[in-house]
Design a protein around this ligand. Structure first.
Ligand SMILES: [Zn+2]
Ligand SMILES: [Zn+2]
Length: 360
């Protein structure tokens, strides 16, 4: 794949917001979509690139890692979907309105209930207990969930469908008078003002499982709305995880930036670093470089399904001195000399040899 930056591929600036990213992807994906460019390999290549860029930048978490660590940070475990799967990414964008929700409906409310839950980073990693408080709908006792006295809709005769005939063709649509229900309330129930339901506050303790991640949806069965027939829907809990200021999560792996002083990097010291579960020794090597990554297996997050533990990726950030006293200058000069580096000369003089030849 091309070495173009993901931002360049989507033709956007580095500070573009999610909406701009989405729009840029949509525009380019439509332009280069294989259906519109049959047999055009260049368009196909572009389309792959656009998808790859969007899969990264369109995902807040992946984007954060990409901005900080580049493509390398996303690694092979980034879960990039192959080209073959582009149809589902595409559908998630262009399919709006085409796929109808198949949720069970009871008169005028869906049985399933969705709520949002925000948890701290640490609680998402180790699990916690949270009190869930929300409202469910249940049939109004006064009108038995009917909303009042009802009559059959005269427009559709109770079928809920409305048929129009033009020539030999007939078009069936939802009855506009009763909205497809087939009945019209003629006298609204005073208790529920014709809604047919009343609300009840539900409160219970919920064990947030270890390893939950941003965007996960947890289903708790039978905790949703109650239907007229006595059936309960399900509760869906949408998880949002608060960011941590040190650890950055990517799937089951966790990144942490480790600031060390330049001399420690040179010496390859054995340093104590914070991990999710406490502290660990990290053995550097002589001449550890800035941005070098060290992987600590089994120090990441326990996968909610497989129970396997991810990695902790410690990325070195080398700190340089910003001022020196006379004594320090002397010591560093001595050090430099001991390596055979001459004052005011670059470390590899062979760099000049080549260029010198050009001007003879
Ligand atoms: Zn009622
Ligand atoms: Zn009708």
């Amino acid at each position: 794949m091309s070495e173009l930056d993901y931002y360049e591929i989507l033709e956007i600036s580095k500070d573009a917001d999610s909406n701009t990213i989405k729009k840029a992807f949509r525009k380019l994906a439509l332009k280069y979509h294989p259906d519109r460019n049959q047999g055009n390999l260049e368009a196909e290549r572009k389309f792959k690139e656009i998808n790859e860029a969007y899969q990264c930048l369109g995902d807040e978490e992946k984007r954060k890692i990409y901005d900080r660590y580049g493509k390398a940070g996303l690694g092979s475990s980034s879960g990039f979907r192959g080209f073959e799967d582009f149809s589902d990414i595409f559908e998630s964008f262009f399919g709006d309105g085409f796929s109808r929700s198949t949720k069970k409906r009871v008169d005028n409310y869906v049985l399933d209930v969705e709520i949002n839950l925000r948890v701290d980073f640490k609680d998402a990693v180790f699990g916690t207990q949270k009190e869930l408080k929300y409202k469910i709908k249940k049939p109004c006792k006064t009108c038995d969930g009917n909303g009042g006295k009802k009559n059959t809709c005269k427009t559709c005769g109770g079928s809920g469908k409305f048929t129009q005939t033009r020539g030999f063709m007939s078009f069936v649509s939802t009855c506009p008078h009763c909205n497809g229900i087939g009945e019209i309330i003629v006298e609204k129930c005073k208790k529920c003002s014709g809604l047919g339901y009343e609300e009840e506050e539900i409160c219970f303790k919920f064990d947030v499982p270890k390893g939950v991640d941003n965007g996960m949806k947890i289903r708790i069965s039978q905790k949703g709305n109650l239907s007229k027939s006595g059936e309960y829907g399900d509760l869906y809990v949408n998880i949002t995880v608060k960011e941590d200021d040190k650890f950055i999560r990517h799937g089951d792996d966790v990144y942490i930036e480790i600031p060390i002083f330049v001399t420690q990097a040179m010496l390859g010291e054995n340093i104590l670093i914070p991990t999710l579960r406490g502290e660990k020794n990290l053995k550097l090597h002589i001449g550890t470089k800035d941005k070098e990554q060290f992987i600590l297996e089994n120090e990441g997050i326990e996968n909610i399904r497989t129970k396997e533990i991810g990695k902790l990726i410690a990325q070195i950030s080398i700190k340089m001195p910003t001022k020196l006293n006379d004594e320090q200058i002397k010591m560093i000069q001595n050090l430099q000399e001991s390596f055979g580096v001459k004052t005011n000369e670059i470390a590899e003089t062979s760099l000049f040899e080549k260029i010198k030849g050009w001007f003879k």
